[in-house]
Design a protein around this ligand. Structure first.
Ligand code: CS2
Ligand code: MG
Length: 403
């Protein structure tokens, strides 16, 4: 059996910071895991290097579940984004090793393909409704079957999801947090016309998504959901902060617009009531932030019992290693919904060569053994870590709000 002989954490910044775990074995096979936590990258790098790696050396790399349980139960201080991203990186790397030794792409080890490809959604955005729709038409021409719409809000200098260069969205934009201003009232007025005009321009054969990004109260989210029902949104994401899972009961009472939540979740406990009470329609938890393939499969199986489908987060701050792992997961789960796909820059793709590909609105992980993603360590070393924070949000009266 393949013994773990060493492991290292590679921090690189090809335009944005990524943290990657590389586990080596005595059979000369290595595995990779994404451990990137946007804005808190070094916390996970240290958790791995200083606290996890010493416990891995000498272990049987095939014992994925046992190592997962060891790192989860053995931590004492359970859960949280740092701990679960570290566990996720180990889990991804061990699945990568198992696939490479078996000579099989990961999805074949997870039960084989349930579908030919994973439907992905692109990110149309713009400062105005017109700009956003023009961008959405471009995504439609590229073959996307699902498109997220994020538009500027009249009266606000900035808002979530509207990027400077339209195609590569990177919210971690400064050495100290940028302060944004927010008004839910101005925002609530701006979304229905966006969807009305989008349906006029794009028609009904394309799924339209929107990310509220945690910024409404439950009753405001209920109102927006109701306002958008005539335009059939595929989902409204992060309608309200989900620490209090009961918030979603209130939204559910007022609208049939489908709800998605979970990109910030790191364990099944974060979404237990949301799923078993069917308060949501899609669970957004990811391989990198929710404990890896092993834990995400548990969440997906639990969700399947309650008519909830998967909709993994896939922003640029999840590395191509995570994207590859997500696509193997997407291909193999029965209750797949959609996969977010925010393309990485060419710089990032050069550091992380991979086998996944896009065609006709869908993505496939490829058939290389394991994850089918790698890291060019020499190139990675040329990009020094550069501290970068996600912005913060304040209401117009100056009080802190959700970003
Ligand atoms: C967003 C992300 O892609 C999404 O749905 O919520 O862009 C999120 O803001 C970033 O991943 C945070 O790092
Ligand atoms: Mg989101």
């Amino acid at each position: 059996m393949p013994r773990i002989t060493s492991a290292k954490v590679i921090v690189t910044c090809p335009g944005r910071n990524f943290v990657t775990l590389k586990i080596e074995t005595d059979e000369g096979v290595y595995g990779l895991g994404d451990a990137t936590l946007n804005g808190r990258e070094l916390a996970v790098a240290s958790y791995l290097a200083d606290h996890v790696i010493p416990c891995l050396i000498g272990r049987d790399a095939h014992r994925i579940e046992d190592i997962w349980q060891y790192l989860y139960k053995g931590a004492y201080w359970r859960r949280g984004p740092v701990t679960m991203s570290a566990i996720a990186a180990v889990d991804m790397a061990l699945w990568d090793i198992k696939g490479k030794i078996a000579g099989l792409p990961l999805y074949q080890l997870l039960g084989g393909a349930c579908r030919e490809g994973a439907m992905v959604y692109g990110h149309a955005n713009g400062k105005t409704i017109e700009e956003t729709i023009e961008n959405a038409l471009h995504y439609q021409q590229l073959g996307y079957k699902a498109i997220r719409l994020q538009s500027g809000v009249p009266g606000l200098a900035s808002t979530y999801g509207v990027s400077k260069d339209r195609y590569f969205y990177e919210p971690a934009d400064a050495d100290l947090p940028t302060e944004n201003l927010w008004s839910s009232e101005k925002y609530l007025r701006s979304v229905p016309p966006l969807f009305e005009k989008a349906r006029e321009a794009l028609g009904w054969d394309v799924h339209l998504l929107h990310d509220i990004h945690h910024r409404l109260t439950p009753i405001e989210a209920g109102r927006l959901g109701k306002d958008l029902e005539p335009y059939r949104p595929f989902w409204l994401e992060d309608a309200t902060p989900a620490e209090n899972q009961a918030n979603f009961r209130l939204i559910r009472q007022h609208t049939t617009s489908p709800l998605a939540v979970g990109e910030v979740f790191n364990a099944i406990w974060d979404c237990k009531e949301l799923i078993e009470e069917q308060l949501i329609d899609y669970i957004r938890a990811t391989v990198v932030h929710a404990g890896g393939i092993t834990h995400l499969r548990r969440i997906a199986s639990f969700a399947d019992m309650h008519n909830v489908r998967t909709g993994c987060h896939g922003a640029t701050d999840l590395s191509p290693v995570c994207m590859a792992a997500a696509l193997h997961f997407d291909l193999s789960v029965p209750n797949f919904g959609v996969q977010e796909y925010m393309r990485h820059t060419e710089e990032t793709d050069a550091v992380f060569p991979h086998h996944y590909s896009f065609a006709d609105g869908m993505m496939h992980p490829g058939d290389a053994p394991g994850l089918g993603a790698d890291i060019d360590e020499e190139l990675a070393a040329r990009y020094e870590y550069k501290r970068a924070y996600l912005p913060v949000n304040r209401l117009e009266d100056g009080s802190m709000w959700h970003w």
